[in-house]
Design a protein around this ligand. Structure first.
Ligand SMILES: CC(C)(COP(=O)(O)OP(=O)(O)OC[C@H]1O[C@@H](n2cnc3c(N)ncnc32)[C@H](O)[C@@H]1OP(=O)(O)O)[C@@H](O)C(=O)NCCC(=O)NCCS
Length: 143
């Protein structure tokens, strides 16, 4: 298992776009191609299995000097429960702390709430979103 920060653009980023579409399009929703342009200044993390296959994704989006939004957290179904999600979050948190961010925020899908709770996040707002994609705001102070 390995987690690497990858640059915007390029081969690994293209692979990440594919993985995100595959893993994060809600059931029944059309698969849309992600526009890379607005993502240029974000931070990208990918998890790889021992064969070097990309199996997980996570993005950090700075929202202020102190706050960063965690987005697009997903792992391949075949590796779930093996620690890839936690490894991605640990790498992202270490990076965010190093950069001086004090608070990580995210909007959790209902199936991921337990995972984020185990990662140290707590609910910080009211649920929102569509009936078929309810999201729960969560945060974690890291400063
Ligand atoms: C949420 C998600 C990213 C978690 O990823 P994951 O790779 O399964 O995460 P982990 O394996 O690190 O942790 C999951 C569970 O497996 C357990 N686990 C970790 N290593 C393990 C191992 N070697 N053997 C067995 N279980 C293990 C963890 O303890 C954790 O259980 P817990 O939450 O009860 O503690 C993944 O389920 C996913 O992609 N879901 C669909 C997309 C999604 O909803 N993303 C969130 C958008 S907001």
């Amino acid at each position: 298992m390995e987690v690497r920060q990858i640059p915007w653009g390029g081969e690994e980023y293209e692979k990440m776009l594919e993985l995100r579409t595959e893993l994060l399009t809600p059931p029944g929703w059309p698969r849309r191609k992600i526009d890379p342009t607005p993502e240029k200044d974000l931070y990208f993390f990918m998890a790889y299995d021992d064969a070097g296959e990309a199996v997980g994704t996570l993005i950090l989006m700075p929202e202020s000097e102190t706050q960063v939004h965690v987005r697009q957290v997903a792992t391949q179904p075949r590796v779930r429960g093996q620690g890839y999600g936690h490894a991605l979050m640990a790498a992202a948190e270490a990076f965010a702390r190093e950069k001086g961010f004090k608070r990580m925020v995210l909007d959790s899908r209902q199936g991921a709430r337990h995972f984020y709770t185990v990662c140290g996040f707590t609910v910080c707002g009211e649920d929102f979103g569509r009936p078929d994609l309810r999201l729960t705001p969560m945060d974690k102070f890291i400063g």
